[in-house]
Design a protein around this ligand. Sequence first.
Ligand SMILES: [Zn+2]
Length: 132
Amino acid sequence: MIKQAIDAIRARAIESTLVALGTILPVWGALARDYLAGYVSELRPTTIVYVVLLSILLSAYSIAAFFWWRPNLVFSQKDGGCWLDKKTGIRYCNSCKSNKKLSPLQRKQKYWNCTVVGCYQSYPIQTNESQP
Ligand SMILES: [Zn+2]
């Protein structure tokens, strides 16, 4: 059970590091508030305003980056039952996705093919003429 938790943290190393920093730094700041207040009181008010604005900017950009890079997947029955990223148009293998892997599909003639060893799933491309 502990090994699974460690593996889960390793798989999400960047996210775990950011969450740890986002927790540790504010807690450290709160604990050292009297120590830090001595330095902050010597700063000009415009400097403090710039630091607050920079913090807001970085927070907003981080949230935007999260939504920007997150795939927007929809199940595409039209492409034989694969997953389609609405932002990029890239199709992903349904078999691999059920194993928690995102495998982009390659188009070959009338099929979308998965190139993952051991899967090789193919998804027929339905043309407009064959649809009722
Ligand atoms: Zn696959």
